[in-house]
Structure formats: C-alpha cells, structure tokens
Design a protein around this ligand. Structure first.
Ligand code: NAD
Length: 323
C-alpha cells in the first residue's frame, strides 16, 4: 500500500514556519500584507477568499479584502489594482479568478506589479519561471513541488508525467519539474494512449478536472502520484460504484474548500474526489496524495509563503531559510 502524503499536515507546518518568519520581520518594522480583490458573488470564490483572509491573519500578516459588485467595470478594477500597487502596506495582490465576462482577465493580471504578483500569473512571472529566473511561482504548482521534494528528496532524472496543460496548474507544474531536473511529459485531452504514457511515470501529476480519470493500472508500481483534481460528485454515484474515496473528510475541514472553484452546493449528499481513482491507485503507487487533504491545503499555504517572499524582496531583506 502506498504512503499517503499528508498535505494537510505539511501545509499546517508551512503556515507555522511562515508565521515564525513573519514574527521575525516585525523586529525590522515590516508586516507583510496580502490584498485580495473579489468581483461578484461566486460562492466558491467567496469561500476561498474567506479562507485566505483567515489564514493570512493567523500567520500574523495584514489581510485586505476588497469585495466588489459583479457589475464592477474593468477601469474601476484596474484603478483598485493601481492603488494596491502603490500601497506600501500591500506586498501581495491577488485578483480572484474567474472574473466576470466583461472584464479582460489578462489585462487585469498584467496590471499587477510583478513583484506583488503572488499568484504568479503575470506574464512576466510566467516568462521568468520558464527561463529559470527568479519568479513568484503559482501557488498550487509550488505546493505540488514541495510535497514531491518532501516525499522524494532530489527529483533529478525522474520521469514526470503531468496530465493537464492549463496555465494555472499543468504548464507551471511542468516548468517547476523541469527546473528540478525531471524529464517531463505533458499529456492533455488530445494525448494518444494516455494509460501507456502514464505508466511510464515515476511521478504522475493529475490536473485534469475529470473525477477518477486515472485508473489503478495507469500507475507504475512504486510511482509517486500527485492528485491536483478537486471534483465534487454525488455521493450516490460513488456508493453505487462501491467507492469510498473522499468519504474520510470534507472540504471544509481539509482546507480544500474553494481551492479551485469548489463550493458545497445545497441539497443532496456530495463528496470530493480527485482525478485519480484513489482506492485502486494506492494499491500500486509508492506514495499518493489524497483528495481532500493532499494538494488542496497547500495552495493557501504557498500563497502566504509567496506573500512573505514578496515582502522580503520589496524591503531588500534576505528570505528566511528553510521556506
Ligand atoms: P482546466 O480545465 O483549465 O485544464 C484541464 C486540463 O486537463 C486541460 O489542459 C485538458 O487538456 C486536460 N484534460 C481534460 N480532459 C482530459 C482527458 N480526458 N484526458 C487528458 N487530459 C484531459 O483545469 P485546471 O484549472 O488546470 O484544474 C484541473 C483540476 O485541478 C480541477 O479539478 C481543479 O479543480 C483542480 N485544481 C485544484 C487546485 C488546488 O488543489 N488548490 C487548484 C487549481 C485547480
């Protein structure tokens, strides 16, 4: 049976280490601040923003939340970003995605000061990541790498297969794995013979959004499986399949809530499952992240880490070791 990679515990430890570093900065007169802008009333985004605020304050940082109505104009949002860019109390700026259709997401993200772009989505940070320059890495991918390094140590020479090529998970995870000297294959919806591609992986990262797509026999014996997927499905569907995945806890307790657009709907029992058939894969893998409680809680922990790093860079302070 595979080792279960406990992202919840790792994230709690990372948040505690960030908190200690924040306390250390206080002596130098610096208190990191994270500003989050939320446009509209998407319930999933609302849950995520609330969790961010809570954890930001718990780490000893300032949290600035800007809730704007759904009909906020693009210029108004850009004006807010400009104010936050200039605000010395703000070291990290995050505009919660998705934005309403009338707002050009790329325009807003690229208006954020590069050194305050703690989501790592500004095109300059994306480019910096790909050429190996110093960059704030996107939070969920950074969380995947921290868990992999914790589990495997040096990743050099390992064959990593990433399923998914989105700009927020698949591509940046692949970049980070490449930086860690892995041999990287990126698979996606048009990949042929996906099970065969997956079976070649020492490290398999699933970032797809299809419940339990990856079957047990897609996993190479002993491989490390990182399941980024967060899919809410009707419990009845799982029970009918005789599958208990996700039954051990729900998103609220795990920190997965709202991590990627998930919010608990009203009515009808539901469960969270990943992109991997956990019950089958854990029989084969060497180590595996569960859903919930794997990658999910790492996202906000890495956001706090990025905010701390941004504050250090902005103030010309060396980043604390061990983060
Ligand atoms: P996305 O929809 O933007 O991208 C999905 C990718 O999967 C695409 O590149 C597509 O080519 C690929 N794909 C789709 N169907 C496929 C198939 N049948 N076979 C192979 N590839 C296929 O999704 P995303 O934003 O990258 O998110 C992926 C998953 O990760 C979702 O479940 C999301 O909820 C989750 N997620 C979790 C976190 C977190 O844990 N904090 C953060 C972000 C996303």
């Amino acid at each position: 049976m595979a080792t279960i990679i406990d992202g919840r515990a790792f994230a709690a430890d990372l948040r505690a280490r960030v908190g200690e570093a924040v306390a250390g900065l206080a002596a130098r007169g610096v208190r990191p601040g994270l500003a989050v802008a939320l446009v509209g009333d998407d319930p999933a985004s609302g849950v995520y923003v609330r969790n961010k605020g809570k954890q930001t304050r718990a780490a000893g940082m300032n949290s600035f939340e800007h809730k704007l109505p759904a009909d906020t104009g693009q210029d108004e949002l850009l004006a807010l970003v400009a104010r936050l860019n200039a605000d010395p109390q703000v070291h990290g700026i995050l505009v919660q995605l998705p934005l309403p259709a009338h707002i050009d997401e790329a325009k807003v993200i690229n208006a954020i000061r590069v050194d305050k772009d703690v989501d790592g989505f500004h095109f300059e940070n994306v480019g910096r990541l790909s050429v190996g320059a110093e960059a704030l890495p996107p939070c969920t991918p950074a969380g995947c790498l921290l868990l992999l390094r914790h589990q495997l140590g040096d990743l050099t020479g390992r064959h990593a297969v990433v399923i998914g090529r989105s700009n927020i998970v698949g591509k940046p995870v692949a970049q980070l794995l490449l930086r860690a000297h892995c041999t990287v294959t990126i698979a996606h919806s048009r990949t042929r013979d996906l099970p065969v591609v997956c079976r070649a992986a020492d490290i398999l990262v699933a970032a797809v959004g299809v419940p339990q797509l990856v079957k047990g026999d897609w996993v190479r014996p002993g491989a490390t499986v990182i399941d980024v997927g967060i899919n809410r499905v009707a419990a009845a569907d799982l029970d009918a399949a005789g599958d208990a995945a996700g039954a051990s806890g729900d998103a609220g307790a795990s920190g997965d809530a709202g991590a990627s657009g998930d919010a608990k709907p009203a009515g009808g029992a539901t469960r969270l499952v990943g992109d991997v058939d956990f019950a089958a894969a854990q029989q084969v893998a060497g180590a595996i992240t569960p859903v919930p409680g794997g990658v999910g809680p790492m996202t906000i922990a890495c956001l706090l880490r990025n905010t701390l790093l941004a504050a250090c860079r902005i103030h010309g302070i060396e980043a604390p070791a061990g983060l």
